[in-house]
Design a protein around this ligand. Structure first.
Ligand code: NDP
Ligand code: 2IT
Length: 449
């Protein structure tokens, strides 16, 4: 195990998020490897950490003033043992190969847990959509697709959204793909409802995360009703996490963006959430404006260089980190525990550092790793692919009920795998082991490829 981590560190010393994601999984796999010595001979782990393919390309585009910009585009095709590569595209200035490899690696295990036939991939660009006009975003997306189109396809690799990529970007990307290929197909998910999208896809990650939290609470005979919740982020995942929490009678106290967070002592309401959705999705404004409008809320800037994030230092029952990676460090985790947290359900990918995870696991609170609890988004993407293949859309109720069934199944699978390997209640081990098991069986069946 340590050997694998040494190998990847030596090969790519700068890819720290990738090292972190691999280390977490390797720790869980120790007992599995002991019981299955043939996996060593077959070099399964060595194969898993090496992407099947990586494409990296230039994305030139022109802004509204006529100035030319050059960004970098990527697609990491990590593993196709159980289906076509599947995973989001992230547009954020922090994007680099290490971050996309971590996300693609996580995606392989997550997609295996969904019960649907999807391999793992991830892509994106260091393009920053903040402050760009619609026309600039469109030109960027078109230029990005002019290269990406040769590497993807409905049976090969099916991208979707992630940070900075929502319905608007998927539309521009799809339009250019269709033009270049002269083909209308399910090559992307998260499409508009009028042109092949699935009902509930925008809601799916947030709803799925809350369904997963409800399943975890049920193991202790509890429900979300009346629970106070800290939610971070204010994008796609955070918004629909908040929506479902409100629907189930929980109290949502916080939301954030990369500049700061709001704490609303009276809690969010449907009207306040509608304001956030308008603010973030149409106006593309900052969360600080929430506190200008609602006097029950206090806005606090977040200093990324500080040793902890004040959002996690409030009294609450449940936490739903739904912004980005490593947003809960060891100190944040201890603050949460001191404030009585009983459940942490990850909407974001890898939002908790290893030290933070260790603190949660040590205290035996209900802790769900993102690859299990945020799998609702890619699950409904899988359902969108099914509907596209059939050319027949399902109703809202049908998709939501399938999403619930999938989240329930992931929860059960994680618990069973954790139990089987003598770490009952450890969802992290359960998710890593169960995801690994499915992918590895397929890899073994398919020989050395
Ligand atoms: P959005 O772009 O819709 O929203 C991202 C939110 O997180 C924004 O509020 C953003 O603030 C904040 N954020 C982004 N980067 C940082 C940062 N470096 N520090 C602090 N805050 C930050 O993305 P999503 O809601 O789609 O994604 C959120 C998380 O959920 C990501 O980890 C993503 O990988 C994960 N995820 C998403 C899925 C999906 O279906 N969309 C599925 C599964 C997981 P600001 O506006 O200031 O940038
Ligand atoms: O991290 C994720 O699972 C996503 N960004 C969604 C991927 C997808 O293909 O829907």
């Amino acid at each position: 195990m340590h050997q694998i981590i040494e190998i990847i560190k030596e090969k790519d010393p700068g890819q720290i998020e990738f090292h972190q994601a691999v280390s977490e999984v390797m720790e869980s796999l120790e007992p599995v490897m002991e019981r299955n010595p043939e996996y060593r001979r077959l070099k399964i782990l060595e194969r898993l950490v090496e992407p099947e393919r990586v494409v990296m390309f230039r994305v030139p585009w022109m802004d509204d003033m006529g100035e030319i910009h050059i960004n970098r585009g990527f697609r990491v095709q990590m593993n196709s043992a159980i289906g076509p590569y599947k995973g989001g595209l992230r547009f954020h200035p922090s994007v680099n190969l290490g971050i996309l490899k971590f996300l693609a690696f996580e995606q392989v295990f997550k997609n295996a847990l969904t019960t649907l036939p999807m391999g793992g991939g991830k892509g994106g660009s260091d393009f920053d959509p903040k402050g760009k006009s619609d026309a600039e975003v469109m030109r960027f997306c078109q230029s990005f697709m002019i290269e990406l189109f040769r590497h993807i396809g409905p049976e090969t690799d099916v991208p979707a959204g992630d940070i900075g990529v929502g319905g608007r970007e998927i539309g521009y990307l799809f339009g250019m793909y269709k033009k270049l290929r002269n083909e209308f197909s399910g090559v992307l998910t998260g499409k508009g409802l009028n042109w092949g999208g699935s009902l509930i896809r925008p809601e799916a990650t947030g709803y799925g995360s809350v369904y997963f939290a409800a399943e975890m609470l049920a193991t202790r005979n509890m429900t979300l009703e009346g629970k106070s919740c800290l939610v971070s982020g204010s994008g796609n995942v955070a918004q629909y996490t908040a929506e479902k929490l409100l629907e189930l009678g929980a109290k949502v106290l916080t939301l954030s963006d990369s500049s700061g967070y709001i704490y609303d002592e009276e809690g969010l309401t449907r009207n306040k959430l509608d304001f956030v959705m308008m603010l973030k999705n149409q106006k593309r404004g900052r969360i600080s404006e929430y506190a200008d409008k609602y006097k029950s809320a206090v806005y606090t800037p977040i200093d990324p260089a500080a040793d902890c994030n004040p959002l996690w230092n409030h009294r609450a029952d449940c936490a739903f980190p739904s912004a980005t990676q490593n947003e809960i460090n060891g100190k944040d985790a201890r603050n949460l525990l001191q404030n009585g947290i009983m459940l942490v359900c990850e909407g974001a990918n890898m939002p908790t550092t290893p030290e933070g995870i260790a603190a949660f696991v040590d205290q035996r609170i209900l802790y769900a790793p993102g690859k299990a609890s945020n799998a609702g988004g890619v699950s409904v993407s899988g359902l969108e692919m099914s509907q596209n293949s059939m050319r027949y859309p399902w109703t809202r109720e049908e998709v939501d009920s399938r999403l619930k069934t999938i989240m329930r199944s992931i929860h059960k699978t994680c618990l069973e795998a954790a139990e089987y390997y003598d770490t009952p209640g450890n969802y992290m081990n359960g998710a890593n082991i169960a995801g690994f098991d499915k992918v590895v069986t397929a890899m073994v069946d398919q020989g050395l490829v």
